[in-house]
Design a protein around this ligand. Structure first.
Ligand code: PLP
Length: 400
């Protein structure tokens, strides 16, 4: 009889958002007409920038003409997009990345999950707790409920930042600005991780999906702003949260050519070649139209529009953060991130506070425990609703 990958049986049910949906449905049934405000979603709500829409129209027209039609594209993505990434996302911040170190993809979710295809099963993998669940679930899918998965406990007294692991760790997932805690790492903090990785010959998988939200010039947007990080880190970037591409789908992954490891026979191997092989075998590319749309975010008009999108959400984040602080609550994030992470008041656990906010203030947020056991007693609010609704929500919370 054929077999399945039984590692899937060890995954936690992804009950978080369905449990939230059930509770909300129940609430709507018993409170018809209540004006619910959702600050739980991690999805953007503003429409795509007009420069992006224009590029979609133009490139759709190209696809309709025999002369300009495009079929399969280059494996790593079109150079018109990779060149812009090199210039604007990296060179302008003093980081030299070459276009063939960039792989255009359809989302950081896919790439942060698929990267384990090129990594061995014997690695000890460190993952923060709480965490964006994709890293943990895709690791379990690959290696099972193994004692090779080490959880890096993030707690309030450490500002929800992980400590360097004590024993041998081969791979670590880091995500900054962080989902769900909204925390960031300073250059000094990130350098400690890079130095640790170089010393231990470990690999850092750095998810920078929220880099556009960094307001503080001293916070690194890319791990490659840290010296020698190209020898130990892969970086994931997305157009989802800066330019509203959650439905359009475009991202990129940087695999530096300096990033190498040794085979069991002692010879060196480049991860750039391996990832290239993986992508060209299993992925046929991001649509031409979508790559043109992403390119438009790098035009002068596009850059202004992207900045406006981000500032809109950051204004909301500030309103939430300040409102909660004024109420005397303990708050993390929201300064360089669209996520505000708060300690539930009066010692409530995450779900009790969820029920309280839903029933008393008619607000939906996300219980922190849904992101891992260390999220118990904490709660995530997001800046992705409208300004008006965000103001109203904070008023409700603060006046209750
Ligand atoms: N990485 C983090 C930390 C996220 O929170 C998300 C989405 O919420 C993603 C990646 C997914 O990004 P994409 O839309 O590019 O797949």
């Amino acid at each position: 009889m054929f077999k399945i990958n039984e590692n899937y049986l060890y995954l936690n049910d992804s009950y978080l958002f369905s449990k939230i949906a059930n509770k909300v449905e129940q609430f709507k049934f018993t409170n018809p007409g209540a004006d619910l405000i959702r600050l739980g979603i991690g999805d953007v709500t503003l429409p795509l920038p007009s420069s992006v829409i224009k590029a979609i129209h133009t490139s759709a027209e190209e696809m309709g003409s025999r002369e300009t039609f495009k079929g399969y594209g280059p494996d790593q993505g079109y150079s018109f997009l990779r060149d812009k990434i090199v210039e604007i996302d990296y060179l302008r911040r003093g980081v030299e990345i070459s276009p063939d170190e960039i792989f255009i993809s359809d989302g950081s979710k896919s790439d942060t999950g698929n990267i384990s295809d090129i990594l061995g099963e014997d690695n000890v993998v460190a993952i923060t707790n709480p965490v964006y669940p994709v890293y943990l679930d895709t690791t379990i899918m690959r290696i099972g409920p193994s004692n090779k998965i080490l959880l890096l406990e993030c707690e309030e007294n450490n500002g929800f930042l992980p400590q360097l692991p004590e024993g041998q760790v081969d791979i670590v997932y880091l995500c900054y600005p962080n989902n769900p805690t909204g925390t960031v790492m300073t250059k000094t903090e990130l350098k400690r991780w890079v130095d640790w990785a170089l010393e231990n010959e470990s690999l850092i998988l750095f998810d920078a999906a929220y880099e556009a939200y960094i307001q503080d010039e001293n916070i690194p947007k890319s791990i490659y702003e840290i010296e020698n990080a190209k020898q130990c880190a892969i970086e994931f970037r997305s157009f989802s949260k800066n330019a509203g591409f959650t439905g359009l789908r475009c991202s990129y992954t940087v695999v530096p050519k300096l990033l190498k490891t040794r085979l069991t026979n002692g010879s060196e191997i480049s991860l750039n070649n391996l990832w290239n092989r993986r992508q060209s075998t299993k992925f046929n590319g991001t649509p031409y139209i979508v790559q043109r749309a992403a390119e438009a975010t790098y035009t002068t008009e596009g850059q202004i529009e992207v900045r406006e999108l981000v500032s809109y959400y950051m204004k909301n984040a500030n309103i939430i953060r300040n409102g909660l602080i004024n109420k005397g609550w303990i708050v993390f994030g929201g300064e360089n991130s669209p996520y505000v992470w708060m300690k539930c008041p009066k010692g409530l656990n995450s779900w009790d506070f969820f029920d309280h906010l839903l029933n008393k203030c008619h607000i939906v947020g996300t219980p922190g425990v849904g992101f891992g056991s260390k999220g118990q007693g904490y709660f995530r609010l997001t800046a992705f609703n409208s300004l008006e609704k965000t103001i109203e929500a904070v008023e409700r919370i603060t006046t209750y």
